[in-house]
Design a protein around this ligand. Structure first.
Ligand SMILES: NC(=O)c1ccc[n+]([C@@H]2O[C@H](COP(=O)([O-])OP(=O)(O)OC[C@H]3O[C@@H](n4cnc5c(N)ncnc54)[C@H](O)[C@@H]3O)[C@@H](O)[C@H]2O)c1
Length: 399
């Protein structure tokens, strides 16, 4: 499977029957457990020839009936009510962590100690300190590691990175990104959930949504040097299961300024209080020779303006449909113009990780590894510190 011209690390041609199997153990069976399992089942079918075929060995959750049902539905051979027991299974070579943020660190560290390769959902951890411990564990164990910043695996996003790497855009001046949702607003009558509690989530819109666009900023523009930011919690109490009101101690929204090492300026904003915005991720890059716009609601497209490309009276952004066989990952899908969706990012992401495992190649920069996850957490921590202190904060990376 190739992601397009200029990229060579995917496994060479081999019949599916010759592809090795990689046993997978999954933690969590809800939103991400379902998305990842769905992707794994598609890999041998669509990413032909696959670098490896995932074998769904086990899935772990706390509720026996629910996790048994998930195992049946998603196609896992077995289920566990204790993730530690799952990690003892030698048939599992890849641990996929789709649990809430407070279940990322310990299971991933134990998985690394058991020599399992790891795919962990984002944000890697609740804090940079926690992320650093996870990074040290995978580095010590020498296992492959990927943080599920799946938007790197949208073909159009990968195509932007290719344009950046080619030098065609020239110097980048601005990175501007928003990630907007509405599902915690008052009209949703939402009770207290783990995403609204610092002990479980680490932060709110920042770690949940902001982490994605911060990752895209690092992926497309470069390393972040310093940040300034503001956070806000609009609804401070929510009803809990026991009938009492619980305090929401994470941000409902944040805005931040980023200063990149290469001199580019960034603005990033995420909110769960943007009425009408269901999953609105949009970004714009303004560079010396072009501007590029990406909108997740039209994920097969890019809007591009090339400086000096048109006569003055006919200038404007042009729409590029990213669906040619030469575009990243497209040769594995449909004839041009037969568009793909959000779920396919996970197919690309997991195929990339399998390829890295089989061919012992680097996860980053095509995917985000635990170094990226750790650095992302440093930036998120710095934004919280900047918001609390009302000052610009330098990002200090220990790795
Ligand atoms: N990449 C993306 O686009 C994306 C989208 C949504 C969520 N996420 C991330 O994925 C992770 C999970 O989010 P989600 O939306 O799937 O959450 P969810 O609440 O829908 O599912 C969490 C799952 O973990 C299980 N779980 C909770 N605590 C557990 C424990 N102690 N032991 C075992 N299982 C446990 C729950 O039963 C459930 O199956 C989070 O880190 C989140 O930030 C990423």
């Amino acid at each position: 499977m190739s992601e397009g011209s200029g990229f060579t690390s995917m496994a060479g041609a081999r019949a599916e029957g010759d592809a090795p199997e990689i046993g997978v153990g999954m933690l969590g069976y809800a939103f991400m457990g379902k998305a990842h399992s769905h992707a794994m089942l598609n890999i041998a079918h669509m990413m032909y020839p696959p670098p490896a075929v995932p074998r769904l060995v086990g899935i772990a959750g706390r509720d026996e009936q629910a996790v048994a049902e998930a195992a049946r539905r998603y196609g896992y051979s077995g289920y566990y009510t204790d993730w530690r027991a799952m990690l003892d299974n030698d048939d599992i070579q890849l641990f996929d962590n789709g649990g809430p943020n407070d279940t990322h660190a310990e299971p991933c560290i134990v998985a690394a100690e058991h020599g399992k390769h790891i795919l962990c959902e984002k944000p890697l951890a609740r804090t940079a300190d926690e992320a650093q411990a996870m990074l040290e564990a995978v580095q010590k164990a020498g296992v492959k590691n990927l943080v599920a910043f799946n938007y790197r695996f949208v073909p159009a996003i990968r195509q932007i990175r290719k344009l950046v790497d080619s030098g065609l855009l020239g110097q980048i001046y601005h990175f501007r990104a928003v990630y907007l949702q509405e599902w915690v607003m008052a009209h949703y009558d939402l009770p207290m959930i783990w995403r609204l509690q610092k002990s479980a989530a680490g932060s709110g819109a920042l770690g949940d949504l902001g982490a994605h666009i911060i990752d895209l900023g690092r992926y497309l523009v470069g390393e972040v040097k310093s940040v300034a930011g503001t956070t806000r919690t609009f609804i401070e109490e929510r009803p809990q299961d026991d009938g009492t009101m619980g305090k929401v101690d994470v941000d409902d929204a944040f805005t931040a300024l980023l200063e990149f090492d290469n001199g580019a300026l960034g603005t990033v904003e995420a909110s769960r209080f943007a009425a009408g915005r269901k999953n609105g991720l949009r970004l714009e890059i303004n560079a010396e020779k072009a501007s590029i716009v990406f909108n997740l609601e039209r994920l097969n497209e890019l809007e591009i303006f090339w400086v000096g490309d048109e006569p003055e009276e006919a200038q404007g952004f042009r729409n590029v449909l990213v669906s040619e066989p030469s575009h990243p990952w497209w040769e594995n899908w449909w004839p041009q113009g037969h568009i793909i969706g959000w779920e396919h990012t996970f197919v690309h992401e997991i195929t990339h990780l399998l390829d890295c495992i089989v061919n012992d190649s680097a996860v980053s920069p095509i995917g985000a590894d635990f170094v990226d996850g750790y650095r992302n957490a440093v930036i998120c921590d710095a934004i919280l510190e900047a918001a609390a202190s009302r000052r610009q904060v330098d990002c200090v990376y220990a790795a």
